[in-house]
Design a protein around this ligand. Structure first.
Ligand SMILES: Nc1nc2c(ncn2[C@@H]2O[C@H](COP(=O)(O)OP(=O)(O)OP(=O)(O)O)[C@@H](O)[C@H]2O)c(=O)[nH]1
Ligand SMILES: [Mg+2]
Length: 699
């Protein structure tokens, strides 16, 4: 295999809403470039980039996957990314290591919820964008409507570079506005086309569209503007170089119409990726100088020191750990040792691989700007920087989104129990947005992630790859308890058994504190009614008791205890006695302090096409939610609300069924609030039943 230098490399992330056709588009591009000799199909599970069994079964990309092709002597590295909200962090990861984003949009639906999300991610990463308007062979596909919705939301920077020939079932090809030629395709998916004159009935439309393109390109560049005014036109070369400059500076976003399934319209897109999109040499990568801590730019030069950045780790049950990286500067040779700057260790690189979905080819070296893979590194993790001896720069690691929801997992057998933590550990290497921990309060093993699907997929991977079988349960809600009234209380512990007795006595006052203040202990004793050395024991007794709760076993928070008075005995008093006295006083206080339950309330944002807003708000109300705002963004509505966590555990399913899977949501903890009285009884009864206590029937 050839070795490519930065100027003849393009790194592209395929991003977009789920189901827009990113994976099918990658399959068609690979086929048209001759990299694979059969057009892979998502529906048949034969694409290069959806190779994981879970991806094939679900027909959705679940993880960013690289592939590559050669077009016009240029190596195009494609990273196919998931469009599902649950897995969108992999799109963000891909956008960090490429020079451009291809945003795939469904020609029937236009801009969808995740289209906006990936657009924003690409813009934040400073990535030039190219739009592919795909699935144009489908009923009700429309360039006009899609362009309208794209321009409404992303502005008038979007400009068609190809126009469709025919529409819906009759979609046959495209007019390339850069060459003013018509490309008519066979519909067998072979990608064979004839290039010819624009059909008479389309000539006027095509001329108008070319003029619009020329004007937009000229507008973005003063020198071209002058030429345009003098000559009234631009040459093809001027148009392409002007468009390239505008694409690179994100002043314009070219749009290509395709059918990835029928393999129509892909060739002009491939040409554009080579001619319009920046190469790694055009876009230096931000880096941090280790000595001074200052940010600088690392340029993709093959003769610079070798520095690589790890963007993904794959946990392969057979090959072990596979590390995917980008060579940022210098040249990486096979059989070298690099220094891992993030972990301060050395890693031995054996064979260098160029991945193509699950296949890979060995190469002797990889140069700056290229992406590759290596198996069996020992300690290296996603986000690490490795370099040769002249190590001086590191590349900023990723920040991962906080988990949205948790499930409790119960291993099905003893063997599963033993294997689960190492298996989870390996899956977390592959997907750092999965968290797992034992809840200190409820003692359950929790798996947390970006949504229900995310957790189901993780559990499926646990089973398939590591043979670990678990049951998933809705997690317990971490309720808290607090008091609503101030009161005084008394605790006395007295025991006389043979020799030494036990004696401790204390009087306390409890009073509510503001929400979030947790707990305070104030010693107000004058005159030594309790000797100083026993006061911490009183506090400890109260602390232990309050963490065990009073109503339903949840920690009691947001109150103050003031130690007012007490008694001690010269011989019989000891620490234990005062601890017990403290606990007894706490219990006595609770009988009159009107304890109550607090529940976590979440800040929720729901995004969905506006037609669902009414239903969604009704649903939020029925979940005891309070709507705090609503905002239309293009055809999407964003609803903001505060909803108790207990009501959100099954939200994803409802959202999917209410919106036909077109809605998504985000959620973070906001604060604790009192549980309505009628619900408290049930929570208290459940907690008692779980502790094996007899529940008294209410009369
Ligand atoms: N009719 C038609 N169907 C298409 C086209 N492109 C993709 N599809 C179909 O649309 C569905 C989704 O395609 P994918 O390529 O998996 O979409 P994706 O964007 O990768 O989806 P995620 O991986 O979930 O984000 C599949 O059933 C494809 O066969 C197209 O151009 N025309
Ligand atoms: Mg996909």
């Amino acid at each position: 295999m050839k070795v490519f230098d930065a100027p003849s490399i393009r790194n592209i992330a395929l991003v977009g809403h789920g189901g827009a056709g990113k994976t099918q588009l990658a399959a068609a591009m690979l086929f048209d470039a001759g990299t694979v000799n059969r057009l892979g199909k998502v529906d048949e599970g034969t694409t290069s980039t959806d190779y994981d069994e879970e991806e094939i079964a679900r027909q959705h990309t679940l993880s960013a996957t690289p592939a590559w092709l050669e077009w016009q002597k240029t190596k195009v590295n494609l990273i196919d990314t998931p469009g599902f909200a649950n897995f969108l962090s992999d799109a963000a990861v891909a956008l960090r290591i490429v020079e451009a984003a291809v945003v795939v949009v469904d020609a029937v639906s236009g801009v969808e919820v995740q289209t906006e999300k990936v657009w924003t991610l690409a813009a934040e990463a400073g990535q030039p964008r190219v739009i592919v308007l795909n699935r144009f062979d489908r009923e009700r596909a429309s360039l006009e409507r899609s362009l309208g919705s794209l321009r409404d939301i992303f502005g008038r920077i979007i400009v068609p570079v190809t126009l469709p020939l025919g529409e819906e079932k009759g979609f046959r090809g495209v007019v390339n506005l850069l060459t003013m030629k018509a490309l008519t395709y066979e519909t067998s998916g072979s990608g064979t086309f004839t290039e010819g004159e624009i059909p008479a009935e389309l000539v006027a439309t095509a001329k108008e569209a070319r003029e619009a393109l020329v004007e937009m390109v000229a507008e973005a560049d003063d020198a071209l503007m002058e030429r345009f005014f003098e000559e009234g036109a631009l040459t093809d070369e001027e148009l392409v170089s002007g468009l390239r400059a505008s694409v690179r500076s994100s002043k314009l976003v070219p749009l290509f119409t395709t059918s990835a399934l029928l393999n129509i319209g892909i060739h002009p897109l491939l040409d554009a990726l080579v001619s319009l999109v920046p190469s790694p040499s055009d876009r230096p990568v931000p880096a941090v100088d280790r000595a001074s801590g200052t940010t600088m730019q690392a340029t993709a030069e093959a003769d610079a020191p070798c520095r690589i950045f790890v963007w993904k780790t794959v946990a392969d049950p057979f090959a072990g750990r596979i590390t995917l990286f980008r060579v940022i500067t210098g040249t990486l040779n096979a059989d070298t040792t690099l220094h891992n700057l993030t972990r301060d260790t050395h890693e031995r690189f054996g064979h260098l691989l160029v991945p193509q979905g699950k296949q890979s080819t060995q190469v002797p070296e990889l140069r700056a700007g290229d992406v590759g893979a290596v198996a069996k590194l020992k300690e290296t993790q996603t986000g690490d920087t490795l370099a040769d001896k002249s190590a001086d720069l590191t590349f900023p690691p990723f920040t991962w989104p906080e988990p949205l929801l948790s499930y409790a997992v119960e291993p099905k057998s003893r063997a599963d129990e033993e294997k689960i933590s190492s298996a989870l550990h390996r899956l977390q290497e592959e997907d750092p947005t999965i968290r797992s921990a034992r809840d200190a309060q409820t003692k359950e093993l929790l798996i947390s992630g970006q949504g229900q699907l995310h957790i189901e997929v993780t559990v499926a991977k646990l089973k398939r790859r590591f043979g670990v079988d678990v049951n998933l349960k809705l997690p317990r809600i971490p309720y808290l308890e607090t008091i609503t009234a101030a009161t005084e209380a008394h605790g006395r512990h007295k025991k006389q058994t043979g020799g030494h007795g036990q004696f401790g006595d204390c009087k306390i006052r409890v009073q509510p504190l503001a929400r979030g203040e947790d707990f305070a202990f104030v010693n107000d004793i004058f005159g030594g009614s309790i000797p100083r050395q026993f006061i911490p024991a009183v506090e400890k007794g109260i602390q232990d008791a309050r963490l065990k709760g009073y109503l339903a076993g949840y920690p009691m928070v947001d109150f103050q205890v003031t130690l007012l008075d007490g008694q001690y005995h010269q011989v019989d008093s000891n620490e234990l006695s005062f601890k017990v006295a403290g606990a007894l006083a706490f219990k006595d206080a609770m009988a009159r302090a009107r304890p109550t339950l607090l529940e976590p309330v979440m800040n929720v944002e729901v995004y969905a096409p506006s037609e669902y807003a009414g239903d969604l708000m009704g649903d939020i109300n029925s979940r005891r939610g309070r709507i705090s705002g609503m905002e239309a963004r293009g055809t999407t509505t964003v609803i903001r609300a505060q909803v108790p966590m207990a009501e959100m555990l099954t939200y994803e399913q409802t959202l999917t069924s209410l919106t036909g899977a077109r809605g998504s949501y985000a959620m973070v903890f906001s604060h604790h609030e009192e549980v309505p009285t009628h619900l408290q009884q049930k929570i208290i009864a459940t907690a008692k039943a779980e502790r094996g206590e007899v529940v008294e029937e209410e009369v």
